[in-house]
Design a protein around this ligand. Sequence first.
Ligand code: MN
Length: 293
Amino acid sequence: MTKTKNVQKVIAPPATHMVGDGFRVHNFFPGTEEIDMVRMSPFILLDYNSLVEWPARETPRGVGVHPHRGFETVSIAYKGSVAHHDSAGNSGVINEGDVLWMTAASGILHKEYHEKEFSRKGGAFQMVQLWVNLPSDVKMSAPKYQAITNELMGKYEIPSDGGTIQVLAGSFMEVKGPANTFTPINIYNIELKKGTAITFNLDEHHNTGFLVIGGSVIVNKDNKVATNHFALFKNDGDEINLNAEEDSLILVLSGEPINEPVASYGPFVMNTREEIMQAYEDFNSGKFGYLAD
Ligand code: MN
């Protein structure tokens, strides 16, 4: 017997702020009234650079060297290209449709800039950065890096040519996503053609939200969610119905909550205040390694 997973609230895009000089983001959480670092756990931060046109520039815009500890950063490119380097020696470029999944865990330094050629030409830019929390027993494990190009994603074709569901993490029906995760998570990009309706299931107890990247959908028959809006779901059922009012693209986040205390400050997310102080001490004493500017 299935039960509808109801929408708790549709959140309009908050005013933007800059991250470095290269990312103009709406922070949907933490920091909106409804969503702190617990409400969408294991997802603890969602920064969304809605579609923007960057003018050409020789020196790439971006965000310089900074640390992280205790969680994972997931960068999803919808338009434009971003280059990434970290102190574990990993580097790469994500282009339209690609994902970079960085497990900071015990500590890493990284920097993210617009890719050189993209910067030189300028153009359309649209990105998501998501922070995924780690359970306490793996917060201090070794850093890890997963470069997930678009062709690696699981693809579920919606019947009657209704669109495609790209599976980044977890599974949709029998289709699995390539990302290795530490806790049960489903992340999809749902491309839905105008007039298509789908019904699917996500665990009742998983915290769930949708970000509409493009287009407009009706959720569960009577909740309109337009471009750049976020739908937060209640944990009251497992069935969701989507109906596309126009060709649409929706980022779906759903995951089992990590029921542990959260202590966070700046780029560190741990379980206790002492662990945050230790993170600053380790960072200041060079234990996060080295990365050139
Ligand atoms: Mn970062």
